[in-house]
Design a protein around this ligand. Structure first.
Ligand SMILES: [Zn+2]
Length: 258
């Protein structure tokens, strides 16, 4: 498992675990425990943990979709770990629910819960010192589909994420970076930030590396969905007078058809 990407963030060590077809789970190692973010495949997580000699103590789910939660039951049964997830939605085997503003103590690491509805009504992002786990809300150069909420709701959530410090690492739920950048460049073919970012992402993917983590600062420049209030984007889609949430909604609808 030495090929897994890992990142040291003070009290937290993050391992990136590609799983299923294009999902990412994450192992967050802290003193005294290990939290698994969004495990759809318990076997895969157990195999990785065994190789790293780690044992899950917590599962953290960003939202209820099966490709983020299907591993909860088997992982909990195998390890006795506690399952934490958003309230009011069917999270398998959940022990403790959380809501916006909650602070989850994970040893010396602290996780601040941010409600970021849009993809579903109960999506939450998990914020640590220097890193945010955004599930299917913010992707590298993209954002999640609007399954249960309207465009203004998602736009507001993305704005909350955009306000985080620029150097905050962004770990998201799926590897869609190349398609997202191809889409963005279909609308703004000459945008220098998008072009440069596509080269970076292509180089990573050509080597079989994940495009995560990104950074909030990078996303502010190279994610169209965070730039819905950018006049260049309004002009590109012929919405000079629309408000940012409407521009965002149009971008998201176009991405669905891309
Ligand atoms: Zn989802």
């Amino acid at each position: 498992m030495s090929d897994l990407q890992k990142f040291d963030l003070g009290p937290l060590r993050v391992y990136v675990v590609p799983t299923l077809f294009d999902n990412y789970s994450y192992l967050l190692e802290f003193e005294g425990g290990l939290a698994v973010v969004d495990p759809p495949d318990a076997e895969r997580i157990l195999e990785v943990c065994e190789a790293l000699r780690l044992k899950p103590t917590h599962i953290l789910n960003t939202h209820a979709h099966e490709d983020h939660t299907a591993g909860n039951a088997a992982l909990r049964q195998a390890t006795g770990c506690r399952v934490l997830g958003p309230g009011g939605v069917p999270i398998p085997e959940v022990d403790e629910t959380f809501t916006d503003g909650d602070v989850l103590p994970l040893g010396p690491a602290q996780c601040r819960v941010m409600a970021t509805p849009g993809h579903t009504r109960a999506d939450h992002s998990l914020l640590f010192e220097g890193a945010v786990f955004t599930g299917d809300t913010l992707f590298v150069s993209g954002c999640g589909r609007l399954f249960e909420c309207d465009a203004p709701t998602m736009w507001k959530s993305l704005m909350r994420l955009r306000e985080l410090p620029d150097d905050t690492l962004v770990f998201c739920g799926h590897e869609y970076a190349e398609e997202n950048l191809d889409f963005a460049l279909s609308l703004l073919p000459d945008d220098p930030a998008l072009r440069a970012r596509r080269e970076e992402v292509r180089a990573l993917r050509a080597e079989g590396q994940p495009a995560v983590p990104s950074k909030i600062g990078t996303e502010k420049a190279a994610n169209l969905f965070l730039r819905a209030d950018d006049p260049a984007i309004r002009a590109a889609i012929g919405h000079e007078v629309a408000d940012a949430a409407a521009v965002f909604g149009d971008l998201r609808a176009r991405r669905n058809l891309f």
